[in-house]
Design a protein around this ligand. Structure first.
Ligand code: FEO
Length: 179
């Protein structure tokens, strides 16, 4: 671990990993924004709204790490955001892709937490524990939608009812990702 002005700095390895995670969170936002476009095209306004709120939340996830790196005296480096998929086989397939993506993010967060523990960086570990809990919620939210589609049916009336329900997702607040 480096020291500058008496303040414990992030190791270079850690800084690189956090900068990469900022990019992954922006990519998450981009995938969900692409799903907004997909659902808008299908006139599924509720699904589109839910994905829009999810895209905003991912943007806040990126900012939370961005702000943390700055606070730790690290240099944030932004990378190009890859092009996300634009098409899915069905509305259900889009939600399945969302769940798969969240599982991948959970794995990345776990690795970041492992690194923080390995480096005895308690502050970063603390931040990562916030993301660990957040990932449990993120996976559960999408899993819940998929289970309801199992019960109600993922086309016709079932999909119509689900679309109506998803309209009510509240906007994420920057306060939700603070602390
Ligand atoms: Fe920020 Fe859904 O991972």
């Amino acid at each position: 671990m480096n020291l500058r002005g008496g303040k414990a700095m992030l190791s270079n390895k850690h800084l690189d990993a956090l900068n990469k995670q900022i990019n992954d969170e922006y990519y998450s936002s981009y995938i969900y924004q692409s799903m907004v476009a997909y659902f808008e095209d299908k006139n599924l306004d509720g699904c589109a709204h839910w994905m829009k709120m999810q895209a905003e939340e991912e943007h806040l996830h990126a900012l939370k790490i961005f702000n943390y790196v700055v606070e730790r005296g690290g240099r944030v480096e932004l990378f190009a955001v890859p092009k996300p998929p634009i098409e899915w086989d069905s509305p259900r397939a889009a939600f399945e892709a969302a769940l798969d993506h969240e599982k991948l993010m959970t794995d990345k967060i776990s690795k970041l937490a492992d690194l923080a523990i390995e480096e005895r960086d308690h502050a970063t570990n603390n931040l990562m524990q916030w993301y660990v809990s957040e990932q449990v919620e993120e996976e559960a939210n999408v899993d819940d939608i998929l289970k309801k589609l199992d019960i109600m049916g993922d086309e016709g009336t079932g999909l119509f009812l689900m679309d109506r329900e998803l309209k009510s997702r509240p906007a994420p607040s920057p306060n939700d990702v603070e602390g």
